[in-house]
Structures are given as structure tokens and as C-alpha cells.
Design a protein around this ligand. Structure first.
Ligand code: ZN
Ligand code: ZN
Length: 280
């Protein structure tokens, strides 16, 4: 683990973003159409070859672009709660707000937001300052949210099943432009091999156990023993090679699942209540 770069995560803002991403996914089809067009036209390579900046990252960018700090403030009527929320998000990244730019909330709360007085203008400048910082930190916030959403396997399955519907719908178009990666029937070609970073990432997320039967996969990730990488939504069912469509399975479960089903599981290993040894 020595060579792994440690990163700051913002669990304050990322959980908020993940919750919006899930709500939008299950609630609003228009957004997905818009998102799909971006994938189809700008990032089709992400469907064909696993990339570190995944389709899920793109989806989170898309969701995150639907809102802004300024709007959040406006919608909350400039309440102090929303300031506390953003303050905490910035704290996750060790960004401190200079005290001299902090407006007098109590005064604004008493006299209301008029936009013109000295206090209100200070508040506007303050919101702009936060917006700018959040924009700078956006890639980290997206990456934090990615780590949370990658744990939600049922979401990942539904997400890739929805993508598969669009792949089928636009298969002629995709095949015409990228015939080396996708067949006429809309099936994406298998990767010849998986990059090591990807195998390690998926193995680590899945904690080294088969997603379906929960048996530990023999061997150690860092000793180079390969588990079976499985497409949650199979290539035969128009799944893609995006990392968010992958999970690890044991040989037996993989042979049973094959290219028929999109079986996955919401089981995980809690880090709380881990066995203590003697007492167990
Ligand atoms: Zn005012
Ligand atoms: Zn298994």
C-alpha cells in the first residue's frame, strides 16, 4: 500500500451529490437522455475501453452542473444552514474562509435580503467566493462522490441497464462510427485484458470476496492472483466496459452467470463489528 497516493475526500458534499444523482436517475428521464447524448457524441470511447475517469464520473459532473452554490443560497433564502454546509465542505479540503469576508448573518436575517445595503453586498461577495472555491474543488468532490456511488451495486446495475437501452436504440449510429468496438447488433467488444489499476480497484472495492456467493477469493491482490472480472450488465446484454460496470466473482458464480444475467448484490462487509478474535 506504500505507493498509493492518499487523497482528501469530502464526504459532506459528495453524499449530497450522490443523493441527487440517485434521485435524478430514478425520477427524471430527460436528464438521462441529455447525459446519454454527451456520452454518445463526446465520450463514446468510455463505453469501449475502461478509463480511470469513468462514465459514472461524467454522470456526476452532469448532475453537479445542474446546481450551483449561488442557487443553493437563493433557494434556501440565504439561511445560515447552507453556509454551514459549505463551510464544512471546504473544511474537508482544509480551505478556511477568511473571517473578514464573512457577512453579518444576524443582521441580514433581521432585515431580510435587500441586495443593496452594505451587509447584503458583502453576502453576495461571500457567496461568489465560496462558489469559486467549490468550482476549484469540483474534481475532488466528483471523485469523492464516485467512491460513494461505486458502492451502490444495485444503482450501478440499473444505471448500466439504462445505458444499454440507449446503446441498443442508437446501435446503428454507434456501429457506423466505431465499428472496431461495437457490432451491428449493438454489442461492445470484450477488452483483450484489464489494466492492473482497474483489477486492483474493483478487487479492493469488493473486499476480495465474490459478489454473489460471498466466498473469499483465494490469493492476495498484491500477489497478482487474478479474480474473474465480471460485467454486471453482460456485454451480450449491451453492457459496456466502463469500470462502474464491473465486479469480481468466483469462477463458479461467473460460469453460472455467464452472459445471461445482470446479477449483483447489495451485500457488503461492515467494518464495524469485525470479529475480535478471542471472544468469537
Ligand atoms: Zn440588505
Ligand atoms: Zn461466487
Amino acid at each position: 500500500m506504500r505507493h498509493i497516493k492518499h487523497e482528501r475526500f469530502s464526504y459532506s458534499d459528495s453524499i449530497h451529490l450522490v443523493s441527487n444523482a440517485i434521485q435524478d436517475f430514478y425520477g427524471d428521464y430527460w436528464d438521462f437522455e441529455y447525459f446519454w447524448e454527451a456520452i454518445r457524441d463526446e465520450f463514446p470511447h468510455k463505453l469501449f475501453k475502461s478509463e480511470k475517469e469513468t462514465i459514472l464520473h461524467e454522470y456526476l459532473w452532469c448532475i453537479s452542473n445542474n446546481s450551483s452554490v449561488i442557487e443553493d443560497f437563493r433557494n434556501s433564502d440565504y439561511s445560515q444552514e447552507i453556509f454551514v454546509f459549505y463551510e464544512n465542505t471546504l473544511k474537508d479540503f482544509d480551505v478556511r474562509i477568511p473571517s473578514k469576508i464573512i457577512p453579518n448573518f444576524e443582521y441580514i436575517e433581521r432585515h431580510g435580503f435587500c441586495e443593496n445595503c452594505k451587509s447584503c453586498r458583502k453576502l453576495i461577495a461571500y457567496v461568489d467566493w465560496i462558489q469559486e472555491k467549490i468550482d476549484e474543488l469540483k474534481p475532488n468532490i466528483i471523485h469523492s462522490a464516485f467512491h460513494v456511488l461505486m458502492l451502490n451495486k444495485h444503482f450501478l446495475r440499473d444505471f448500466h441497464e439504462r445505458l444499454a437501452e440507449y446503446i441498443v436504440r442508437d446501435k446503428a449510429h454507434l456501429h457506423q462510427l466505431h465499428s472496431e468496438f461495437i457490432s451491428e447488433t449493438g454489442k461492445i467488444k470484450r477488452m483483450s485484458s484489464w489494466p492492473v489499476w482497474l483489477k486492483r480497484g474493483v478487487f479492493f472495492r469488493d473486499k476480495g470476496v465474490c459478489t454473489i456467493c460471498r466466498n473469499p477469493l483465494s490469493g492476495d491482490l498484491f500477489l497478482g492472483i487474478d479474480p474473474d472480472m465480471d460485467h454486471i450488465v453482460p456485454l451480450d446484454k449491451h453492457g459496456s466496459n466502463d469500470p462502474s460496470n464491473l465486479q469480481i466473482l468466483c469462477n463458479k458464480c461467473n460460469n453460472k452467470k455467464r452472459h445471461y444475467s445482470s446479477t449483483t448484490s447489495s451485500y457488503d462487509i461492515p467494518y464495524w463489528n469485525l470479529p475480535t478474535g478471542d471472544q468469537e
